[in-house]
Design a protein around this ligand. Structure first.
Ligand code: BES
Ligand code: MN
Ligand code: ZN
Length: 498
């Protein structure tokens, strides 16, 4: 989509959106149009539920004598609540309305909103970003789409005083769009198309940005002793991969931040087979890995002065004559042994070796891991927040703050020795599940924590409830959300860049 920022013109034309604040308060341009039209807007506002509340919208016809085709009244809500994220949400409303109406282009008049923390230029920039993020559809496999099903919006013009400032602000934000779309594409792809080797091949494209991309196959992982990871992929025809990406553009003396992603390209459960209903969802069990790749694109794309490494464990979890059995005992790269009670608790199995590899090889100062790890986190937090587990309050506060400004909300969950005890095994160092389902997300995190080395600040984000959305949100159409992409980039920008 083409985005343009322009100063106020003499008159408006085409499809135009104007701001109305809470309690039906027409902002500057809406007031002028209302006066010009003999009070049509005031009358329209009197006739329905639209009050100018945040995210509300009302479309009216352009009045006689003006060149406006359709006029969208956009509710911006209370001025003091209009922050960057809220402005993105307004952009999302505009994109959704424009596509529903079949508009190709929309002009948004960004009047100053008195009482907001943002300047008009900032409002315009974030609004444009939000519209872009919402303007996404994964339709590459649709051969019979009717025109009204396709995205129509391809041109967004923002009218704002100080368009050059708005453009500058927008240019800083805009790289997130391609990164988010890359992740959404990866997560949306079906598993017959996107299997570990293909995932790694697509990530390899980041080489163009200066990211070093190394891909380890099963033979190399075997040499490294990553038998717990390899056990998960053992029943699959597709070769498991360890994707290692490095972006070392910070001071030489600075230890890197490690980003780790769960990349289960399809999770059948293995021999502990999942029920059929909804199993197709498990194509997005690589949402953590997808987010990590998107974040790397964003970090490298803006030439961040930071040292960042990213490791994705890529496997397919299948039942097969050669598949791993419940009760099997496997040895991890760390030397610790694991009794595999349930082959469907596979995420923690691949992550433990990926995390150990990251720490041995790169000695990171901090390690943030993202995974669609447990159904239990959806029971606990629903689809509003991801669960966060961490051994470090500073890191978890940083992550929470980074996400809060982006609509990627985190909720810290507990860890502790009593939970840890629940995964002790009778015949190995640990088992991969506890006896019951109680505290399922916590015991999963305890398992991971056993592979965190001393002195490493670690956080595990369980994104099972937020990586995919069946209804979408302000800036995300339904489907893959790319949760974590902007969050990780923001974390690096705010704390690990010089
Ligand atoms: N990939 C699933 C978790 C999941 C569930 C992600 C729903 C997204 C939506 C994970 O591998 C899994 O199967 N977890 C099991 C763990 C159990 C066997 C201890 C679960 O949550 O049921
Ligand atoms: Mn599973
Ligand atoms: Zn899984």
């Amino acid at each position: 989509m083409k985005v343009e920022f322009l100063a106020f013109p003499k008159a408006f034309a085409g499809n135009v959106a104007v701001f109305v604040a809470a309690d039906k308060q027409l902002l500057a341009t809406a007031q002028i149009l209302d006066r010009e039209s003999g009070g049509t807007l005031t009358r329209a506002l009197g006739a329905g539920r639209f009050t100018g509340g945040k995210g509300q919208s009302l479309t009216v016809l352009g009045h006689a004598g003006a060149n406006i085709a359709r006029l969208l009244l956009l509710g911006v809500g209370k001025a003091r609540d209009l922050d960057a994220r809220a402005a993105e949400g307004l952009g999302g409303v505009i994109a959704a309305e424009a596509n529903a109406a079949g508009h190709k282009s929309v002009t948004v008049v960004v009047d100053p909103v008195k009482g907001s923390k943002l300047t008009p230029a900032q409002i315009a920039a974030h609004l444009a970003l939000g519209a872009q993020l919402r303007n996404y559809r994964f339709d590459k496999y649709k051969t019979k789409d009717k025109p009204e099903q396709k995205l129509s919006l391809s041109e967004l013009t923002l009218i704002v005083s100080g368009p050059a400032d708005a453009r500058r602000a927008y240019d800083k934000l805009a790289p997130a769009v391609d990164a988010v779309f890359l992740t959404r594409d990866l997560v949306s792809e079906p598993a017959n198309v996107l299997y570990p080797v293909e995932f790694a091949r697509r990530a390899k494209e980041l080489t163009k940005l200066g990211v070093k991309v190394q891909i380890l196959g099963e033979a190399e992982m075997k040499k490294l002793g990553m038998h717990v990871l390899l056990g998960v992929g053992q029943g699959s025809e597709r070769e498991s991969q360890l994707l290692v990406m490095t972006w070392m553009n910070g001071p030489k003396s600075q230890k890197p931040v490690a980003l780790i992603g769960k990349g289960v390209c399809f999770d059948t459960g293995g021999i502990s087979l999942k029920p059929a209903g909804g199993m197709e969802d498990m194509k997005w069990d690589m949402g953590g890995a997808g987010a990590v790749v998107g974040a790397m694109q964003l970090i490298a794309g803006r030439k961040a002065r930071a040292n960042v490494v990213a490791i994705c464990a890529l496997v397919e979890n299948m039942p097969d004559g050669n598949a791993q059995r419940p009760g099997d005992v496997v040895r991890s790269m760390s030397g610790q042994t694991v009794e595999v009670i349930n082959t469907d608790a596979e995420g923690r199995l691949i992550l433990c070796d990926a995390m150990w590899y990251a720490q041995e090889k790169f000695k990171p100062q901090a390690m943030v891991e993202l995974s669609t790890l447990t159904g239990a986190i959806i029971v606990a937090l629903g689809h509003e927040r991801a669960g966060m587990f961490s051994n470090n309050t500073q890191l978890s506060n940083r992550l929470r703050a980074a996400g809060a400004g982006l609509g990627e909300k985190l909720w810290r969950m507990p860890l502790g020795p009593k939970y840890d005890k629940l995964i002790d095994s009778d015949i190995a160092d640990m088992k991969n599940v506890s006896n019951g389902r109680d505290g399922g997300s916590i015991t999963a995190a305890q398992f991971l924590q056993r592979f965190v080395q001393d002195g490493v600040a670690w956080a595990h984000l369980d994104i099972a409830g937020v990586a995919w959305s069946n209804k979408g949100n302000e800036t995300t159409p339904k489907g893959a959300t790319a949760f974590g992409v902007r969050l990780l980039d923001r974390l690096v920008a705010d704390h690990y860049e010089r």
